[in-house]
Design a protein around this ligand. Sequence first.
Ligand code: NAG
Ligand code: NAG
Length: 218
Amino acid sequence: MEISPFFCLTIGLVLVFPAPSSLADPDLLQDFCVGDVNASITINGFPCKPASEVTPDDFFFDGLSREGNTSNQFGTGVTLGNVLSFPGLNTLGISMNRVDFAPGGLNPPHSHPRATESGIIIEGRLLVGFVTTGNVFYSKVLTAGQMFVVPKGLVHFQKNVGEGKALIFTAFNSQLPGAVILSTTLFGATPAIPNDVLTKAFQVEEDVINEMKAKFGP
Ligand SMILES: *[C@@H]1O[C@H](CO)[C@@H](O)[C@H](O)[C@H]1NC(C)=O
Ligand SMILES: *[C@@H]1O[C@H](CO)[C@@H](O)[C@H](O)[C@H]1NC(C)=O
């Protein structure tokens, strides 16, 4: 059988440049690398603090033990347990958040560009949902002990539909999942996105855009 040179080239390229197999942060090259989050150099992540300066406290974080402040327009308090607040996570490819909800509170539609999310309801009753790239909306009301998952990058939200407070913990396969919050991204950017872009995008009059900018602006 004759093997075409294109076949050989294709196989060669696949061997030399395999398709990116990593669905999350890159793999470790050492046991740990406690992030020096104030380092003056920037890399993909943070440089490691010298091993001689690493202490047990670098691997523990109690920031998620305190109730978040829900006195804001959304009625939710998101506490971040990512590499910036917990530098011991640097290069480990994981992080967690705590989200507290006042009655009626909403963790508004947002996406995490760098991570898939899973979450568990600790207290309360929440409507949890995400929308696919094909615009299918999947949602369910969950109560304590129940889990959910949000595929990487998809727009999702959680709303407290119970009588009292609600609490969830979420976990991510990234040390810094990032959050694109649709309302603040589109109407609160600095400098602002021009009104003619937003009136055209949402097919509304300028006063509607100005009202949104007034609510979500910096
Ligand atoms: C990094 O800098 C911030 C602001 O100056 C400071 O609050 C924080 O403690 C520093 N973190 C470390 C690990 O040195
Ligand atoms: C919660 O946030 C509000 C609004 O920023 C602030 O006025 C209030 O003092 C905060 N409460 C606590 C307990 O920190």
